[in-house]
Design a protein around this ligand. Structure first.
Ligand code: MG
Length: 383
């Protein structure tokens, strides 16, 4: 730990856990956070949750679990190179998607729409809710009791109205300030991971081809480089040789640009990082533009592809119909969730009932959601 930069998250300066706990002998506090996340129930569910492609469409697509591992891996490299806290970055990345609904963004948008009159649904806030409230692992408290710094990093975005309810964690959204460098780099690692693996998955699903992808400047550049070096290379190996160069370019640029920004801004402490209005971690202008072009291509050609749109529309219907049925009659939910709905409703009224339903639905995996929907609406299905 001694080679951490002064602006890194140092455990000696941690704002600690909500419930004080004794230190352990063999692990740092942030490593302990990471281990709690890996042992959580929500983490295991990530195996059967997806981002773009639904789990049953094929065994080789990314799931939220493999995505989270890729993000953590990229973040650790960046953290090490910048001499910031690798353990904290890793923990944030492994937890960043714990609050995601089934069916990726389609599911989250549908649930947000359902919850419009009850405070909305934000997946980042739900990730925090999972680690703060919903995990049931400890005798003395709800949630995983993670450190402030890990919770801060997990809460990537948050609306103003929700920030007002979050106390010290919400402050930075109200004051428009930044999180730790470890939290900032986790966001970029997330983006680098999904942009590149969605290219791979998009090709695998037959939604886009290598030729079309050469419209993307970043892909074009490395396609040319790889073809020059290996003129006969084709298929999967060609794609992977291009993608690993793209990831390397993005990661290297991010490290170099961020290190230069930290130097030129004369940043010396983690407090100075948090006092700033704009992130210190970032791409150079040219790489940022190239990355943006890649994102635009994916949005237009992969995420809006009719096959993806069909799945999106099915997902929206499944979530919306289940929500309506459960809110209309919480007695249709399994006992544990029915009891939670009664408890939250007693506290918060109809918004409490709706929140319990949203928690139940958000916790479902893709395949559980499909099965549960069938059990609710298909009379020939066992209940
Ligand atoms: Mg992610």
């Amino acid at each position: 730990m001694s080679d951490l930069a002064p602006y890194a998250a140092h455990e000696s300066q941690s704002r600690g856990r909500r419930y004080a706990e004794r230190a352990t002998s063999y692990r740092s506090e942030y490593e302990r956070d990471r281990d709690r996340i890996v042992h959580s129930t929500a983490f295991r569910r990530l195996v059967y949750k997806t981002q773009v492609f639904v789990n049953h469409e094929g065994d080789l697509y990314r799931t939220r679990l493999t995505h989270s591992l890729e993000v953590a891996q990229i973040a650790r490299t960046i953290a090490r190179a910048l001499k910031v806290n690798e353990g904290l970055s890793e923990a944030i990345c492994l937890a960043h998607d714990l609050g995601h609904t089934p069916f990726g963004h389609a599911g989250q948008d549908a649930l947000n729409e359902c919850m419009r009159d009850f405070g909305g649904f934000e997946h980042n806030l739900q990730s925090l809710r999972v680690v703060d409230e919903l995990e049931e692992h400890y005798a003395e408290f709800n949630g995983l009791n993670l450190t402030f710094e890990c919770r801060e990093g997990i809460l990537k975005h948050c609306s103003y109205s929700n920030a007002l309810k979050l106390g010290e964690l919400g402050e930075r959204f109200i004051n428009r300030r930044q999180p730790s460098l470890e939290g900032q780099l986790a966001n970029f690692a997330d983006e680098i991971a999904y942009n590149n693996h969605d290219v791979d998955d998009g090709i695998r699903a037959g939604l886009v081809g290598v030729d079309e992808l050469t419209e993307v400047p970043l892909f074009f550049e490395y396609h040319a480089e790889v073809r020059e070096r290996y003129p006969k290379l084709a298929g999967r190996r060609l794609v992977y040789e291009i993608l690993r160069r793209m990831i390397n370019r993005l990661v290297t640029d991010l490290i170099d640009t961020s290190a230069a920004r930290l130097r030129s801004a004369g940043i010396e402490t983690a407090a100075e990082v948090r006092a700033r209005a704009a992130p210190l971690i970032g791409f150079s202008d040219s790489t940022g533009t190239a990355n943006h072009a890649l994102k635009s291509f994916l949005r237009e050609r992969v995420y809006k592809h009719y096959k993806v749109q069909r799945m999106t529309s099915k997902a929206r219907r499944v979530i919306t119909q289940m929500f309506g049925a459960f809110v209309g009659d919480p007695g249709l939910m399994p006992e544990e969730h029915r009891a939670t709905a009664a408890r939250l409703e007693a506290d918060l009224g109809p918004a409490g009932r709706a929140r319990a339903v949203a928690d139940y639905i958000a916790g479902m995996t893709d395949r559980y959601a499909i099965l549960e929907h069938r059990r609710l609406f298909d009379p020939s299905e066992r209940t």
